[in-house]
Design a protein around this ligand. Structure first.
Ligand code: ZN
Length: 260
């Protein structure tokens, strides 16, 4: 009881102090999620963002080549990812877009979890099976896996990958995941981003059965290949802060639209 009074008193003092400056009072937040203003559009939503790869994966070949479950078959734990011709790593691009997206979603009230918490040359992973299951225990509303491609001579452009219907792995999620993929394609397109033409027949939307990150998810999920790092124009966009904001804004808009 004494502790509760202390918290209440601290709240009053904080509110009074901030109010004295004439601005909106800023309240201390001792209660966590319950005290979030419920008017934010994504309040109560749980979103998982998976920034593909890890910057140090290449230094741990034994760890990342270990086979892990992928949805009825096995795949290597992870890969190194690609880079631009100038050496800007995909892992870093994925990480930076993920953080921008996290900020945008949290600003709208969502609770956001990332599948990795650093972008570091001295560590590796997690493996694709953990990334695949990352939203399950949280009962997340959706999971977005962020990647970039590396196609020599393929030209610029993005494509969105949805899980195929793969019984029993994706039976529950392939429908809503395809919806999420379609919404994401619309938003990336309306951000002025070109569709990749090097993915045969995809028109910006591919459906695959070979990805653990998608197969092991029990919540709606997509993987986005936001651009081709080996293309000069895409590389220019991906290595600039303003370019990365374009991707993050489009993904946030897609998330918001899907959850409405
Ligand atoms: Zn990748």
């Amino acid at each position: 009881m004494r502790a509760l009074l202390g918290v209440l008193l601290a709240g009053v003092l904080l509110a009074g102090g901030a109010g004295a400056a004439g601005a909106e009072p800023v309240y201390a937040d001792p209660g966590g999620a319950e005290s979030e203003p419920s008017t934010l559009p994504l309040a109560g939503r749980v979103i998982v963002i998976d920034p593909g790869h890890q910057l140090g994966n290449g230094r741990f070949p034994g760890r990342i080549s270990r086979p892990v479950p992928a949805g009825g078959f096995e795949k290597p734990c992870n890969t190194t990812g690609t880079s631009t011709n100038g050496g800007y790593p995909e892992a870093t691009f994925n990480w930076k877009v993920a953080r921008l997206l996290q900020q945008r979603l949290e600003d709208r009230g969502a609770r956001v979890t990332l599948t990795r918490h650093v972008n570091s040359r001295t560590t590796w992973g997690p493996c694709v099976d953990r990334r695949g299951r990352a939203g399950n225990r949280l009962d997340a509303d959706l999971k977005i896996s962020i990647h970039a491609d590396g196609s020599y001579g393929g030209g610029p452009g993005f494509h969105v990958i949805a899980p195929s219907r793969r019984r029993p792995w994706t039976t529950d999620i392939y429908g809503p995941s395809l919806q999420l993929a379609k919404v994401t394609r619309v938003r990336l397109r309306s951000a002025g981003l070109p569709v990749a033409h090097y993915v045969a027949g995809a028109d910006g939307l591919d459906v695959r059965s070979d990805l653990a990150t998608l197969n092991l998810s029990d919540v709606p999920t997509v993987m986005v290949e936001l651009g081709n790092m080996r293309d000069r124009r895409d590389a220019h966009r991906m290595t600039s802060a303003s370019g990365r904001r374009v991707y993050a804004r489009a993904l946030a808009a897609a998330t918001y639209r899907f959850l409405q």
